[in-house]
Design a protein around this ligand. Structure first.
Ligand SMILES: Nc1ncnc2c1ncn2[C@@H]1O[C@H](COP(=O)(O)OP(=O)(O)O)[C@@H](O)[C@H]1O
Ligand SMILES: [Mg+2]
Length: 506
């Protein structure tokens, strides 16, 4: 060995023993990259003899090549230059090795030799690979989830947001998101409240929380209803290390719920009408016979010559009231649908014109202006003309009543091909319908008008007639500016095979 490192024979023996007892295969290399010694582990591991390595160049033995490395890349050159350890990893066949090179300094502090030891890191590398695979998999699961997922550190700084979360919170912003902290995800004060609930064992268990419906705020300040579940992530020692939350937008669920509520409301209205209809039909038939008698005998009496003036007047009242009853009975019979239906394919606008002609000369409409906004497109519906006339007359009379006999009523027709529907709207500038009455206006006998003036049967009859046309009626808008009723009919089209029901986009 180098004279600067000259040592006694005894020391030499000990140093060789120490070298041999190192658990990693190691070699001693001179600054000119020649191998000058190796420990027992090295000979065993590489199955080489002293003669096979002594005097060989390091690139022979270590890199399995005949030419020296580029000096910039040579780790041994770096060790000599820096007087510090350097290492690199290398894969040889299926084996991964970490090769660590350290300087052995002489008395002057110069590098006399370099000791290189080789560690087999195949297992560590394989575990690293597995860990990377698991990480990749978890990341793919998070990013391909249909739910929005957000994770934050203990201070609430957001460090993960999957693509659904970015979309839900509207936080694209060219990749540089505006949302950085969990407090930005909720209305003011809510984030703290959620953290409190999350830590509360009584709510969903410690570190867990499920809120079926809550509000979040997106990057544009808009409130969104979501279902959320949250959890605290603990490290292996059981300390809180992060939090995560999963959100599902309730938009579609709320829409379906509302539609269901509407359908239920319509169903219960139809059931109510059906049972009341049966009752009404029964009552109407029962009253009809005695009423005919009253009218008949009262008119007989009126024709007698031997009655005085005052009796004639009283009989006049009897006849008037009995006739009013007859009208009500007639309405009840219409309401109970005891009359047959004769439907034809007709132009909606024609029915509107016809109905308006029927009321034109009535006293009630003297100060009412009727504006027509009728689409000039072909709008065919399958209708019983006289029944639809009744519908329109009832609605127009109600509109005139709501305006106390003066103002403008607008009738609008249009169609929407995309959904295969034809629409008729009746708009007035009247007093509007109070919110609490909206669920009652289609009920038979519901009226807010003076007793004796109105029967409260108008809209219930309208409802029944509209149902007979597979159509729908509802209040589109109401308030102090007036009320708009809307009727939606299935649309028919003329094709070469005749007239047929229009499927959407027909
Ligand atoms: N266009 C309207 N504007 C305001 N209220 C209306 C309108 N149409 C109907 N209503 C309300 O609905 C009630 C029921 O109407 P309806 O069944 O036609 O009975 P009636 O006209 O005999 O009162 C009315 O009394 C009124 O309160
Ligand atoms: Mg009415």
């Amino acid at each position: 060995m180098n004279k600067d490192l000259s040592i006694s024979a005894d020391e030499m023996v000990w140093q060789n023993r120490i070298f041999d007892s190192l658990s990693y295969p190691s070699v001693i290399i001179s600054p000119d990259k020649t191998l000058v010694g190796a420990n027992k582990k090295f000979y065993e591991a590489f199955n080489l003899s002293f003669n096979e390595i002594f005097g060989k160049k390091c690139y022979h033995t270590f890199l399995y090549k005949d030419t020296p490395c580029n000096s910039d890349q040579c780790t041994i050159s770096k060790v000599i230059k820096d007087k510090k350890s350097h290492s690199f990893t290398l894969k040889h066949h299926y084996r991964w090795e970490e090769r660590v090179f350290s300087p052995i300094l002489d008395d002057n502090g110069d590098v006399a030799y370099v000791i290189g030891s080789i560690r087999d890191i195949t297992r560590t590398k394989s575990l690293e690979g597995q860990l990377h695979g698991v990480k990749e998999f978890i990341s793919r699961v998070i990013h391909s989830s249909a739910s929005a997922i957000i994770a934050a550190d203990r201070q609430g700084n957001i460090n993960l947001m999957n693509s659904v979360a970015k979309e839900l919170f509207g936080d694209y912003n060219g990749g540089e998101g505006k949302i950085k902290h969990t407090e930005q995800l909720y209305p003011p004060g809510k984030a703290k409240e959620i953290m409190g609930m999350l830590r509360n064992e009584k709510i969903g268990g410690a570190g867990k929380l499920l809120i079926p419906r809550t509000t979040i705020v997106n990057a544009h300040g808009k409130n969104i209803e979501v279902e959320m579940s949250a959890a605290i992530i603990y490290d292996e020692k059981g300390n809180e290390s992060a939090t995560m939350a999963i959100y599902n937008d309730l938009k579609d669920k709320i829409k379906i719920e509302n539609e269901l509520k509407m359908t239920q409301k319509q169903l219960s209205q139809s059931e109510k009408m059906a049972s009341l209809g049966q009752l009404a039909a029964g009552v109407a038939h029962e009253i009809n016979n005695p009423l005919t008698g009253i009218l008949f005998y009262a008119s007989l009496l009126l024709e007698r010559k031997d009655i005085d003036e005052s009796m004639v007047e009283d009989l006049g009242y009897i006849l008037e009231d009995a006739n009013r009853c007859k009208e009500i009975v007639k309405s009840l019979l219409v309401y109970s649908r005891s009359q047959g239906t004769k439907k034809n394919i007709v132009q909606l606008n024609d029915i509107v014109q016809q109905s308006l002609a029927l009321i034109r000369d009535q006293k009630k409409f003297r100060n009412i202006k009727i504006k027509k906004a009728l689409s000039d497109e072909m709008m065919l519906i399958n209708a019983d003309t006289s029944k639809l006339n009744q519908v329109l007359i009832n609605l127009v009379i109600n509109a005139a009543d709501a305006m106390n006999g003066s103002g403008t009523i607008t009738l609008t027709t249009y169609k929407e091909k995309a959904i295969g529907k034809v629409f008729l709207e009746i708009k007035d500038k009247g007093e509007g319908i109070p919110h609490e009455n909206l669920s009652k206006i289609f009920d038979p006998f519901f009226t807010t008008k003076d007793v004796g003036k109105s029967t409260g049967l108008g809209l219930s009859i309208v409802y029944g007639l509209i149902e007979e046309h597979e159509a729908k009626i509802s209040v589109k808008k109401t308030g102090s500016q007036g009320t708009t009723f809307i009727i939606e009919f299935p649309m028919y089209v003329a094709s070469k095979d005749g007239l047929s029901l229009c499927k959407p986009y027909c």
